[in-house]
Ligand binder design. Sequence first.
Ligand code: NAP
Ligand code: HSE
Length: 463
Amino acid sequence: MADGHNPPLTLGIAGFGTVGSGLLRILRENRAEITARTGREVRVKSVLVRDLSKARACPPPDGARLTDNPDDLLKDPETDVFVELIGGIETAGELVGKALRAGKHVVTANKALLAERGNEIFALAAEKKLHLGYEASVCGGIPIIRTLREALAGDRLDSIVGILNGTSNFILSEMSDKGMDFAAALKEAQTRGYAEADPVLDIDGRDAAQKLYLLIRLAWGAEYPYAAIPVSGITGVSPADIRYAREFGCRVKLICYARLHGDDPRSGGIEAGVCPALVNERFLLARVEGAYNAVRVEGNAAGSVFLHGKGAGDLPTGSSVAADILDIAKNVPPCNTGFAGPHPTAPARVIGPRESFSPHYLRLNVADRPGVLRDVAAVLADHAISLAQVIQKDDAAETAPPPAGKAGPYTASLILMTHKASDDAVHKAVTALAALPFVRESPVRFRVLTGKSGELPRLRAGS
Ligand code: NAP
Ligand code: HSE
């Protein structure tokens, strides 16, 4: 109930799918709390959908109009906030641009749009002095945008490491804990509403890279182009890798990382990437299960801050959308990028693969015959890569007769753990290994996440 002085805040919500339904439920069920916090009513005037005849998870709010005409939101003088929850780039981008030009605040969960068109949209919102809220676009219900923009604003940040995609973490957890196969786990993630409309974005790592792009902007006020982030997804992760990782006391996770080199992102640079990695079971990140996400931020004053929560789904994501709406209702001044400087932000120096170092896990399917290990070691030595551990597995499940035209009688798996090596050296070595006549499949290559000590995971006794 409004207090009689403050007019209601009027929303036009575009999208009535997973997140739109979650938001509408929160606005309905938490209405009293929201009014108590803002001192005004938050009301939904219209809900935009593509298909008016589709059955909905819940009814539209009392008095709200379900429409398939964007102008009912964009041209309505009473609508204060355009909430974009339709996803995708073209239509969403056009509607967000029109809303800002019409003087409406925007709240969105659309990381794809912000990663592709962020500069233009942030600049327009700044020019118009309007809110562009996007808490829901990264890590669902975890308040990571606010944490970087406000709570850690007094720190000089050193690094961000996290699990930023709920769908891929769910798939890896299901494969690991229940032995579910990849396709079945993906289907389940889709049924639960975690996956993107195009789930390839989840499993090939691009959704996570879009989120990492936004976190880098917030952490360092610098532009590291989304397209420049090295990305590899989880499609190459097999049950064998999950099993071998466990023998090293590790879990396989899709890890996002960003680290400042030197004191300044423009001169020193930023190292960033998204890839599957072996994570020691002792680390908190290894224990992030299902559709949960987590982010560890290192600041020079706060030290290590770890946030963990639901990374996808209707209510967690709806909660973050609602928080942005409440900021607008409370007349908090917009501070979309967290920086007072120019829009768009200055470009960061991109740290390339020659300057980016990590230990690596490599798995090769090879013919089991004399000289194989010698030749593999020679390739690694040629690329200045030092081996920390080598294991050969010829257990029945991995042993097979050679494919036609390939050398040797049987196949064995070689698991190699390297010391720190540059991404460039490892990439070139893997290309050379793949060309050896006794290597039967494309080699598998993951990073190994180490703690501050740099200690490598060790093979467990009895493995
Ligand atoms: P969704 O379930 O597919 O819902 C999309 C909604 O948008 C549907 O109601 C659809 O209408 C409507 N829509 C699509 N295209 C439209 C168009 N051209 N005109 C009008 N309406 C249109 O998607 P979602 O999972 O809620 O995701 C929405 C956004 O939130 C995406 O940007 C996504 O990346 C982001 N996000 C999702 C999650 C999550 O857990 N799902 C978490 C964080 C962020 P119909 O219903 O009529 O088809
Ligand atoms: N598809 C995304 C995920 C939704 O699985 O993390 C949350 O952004």
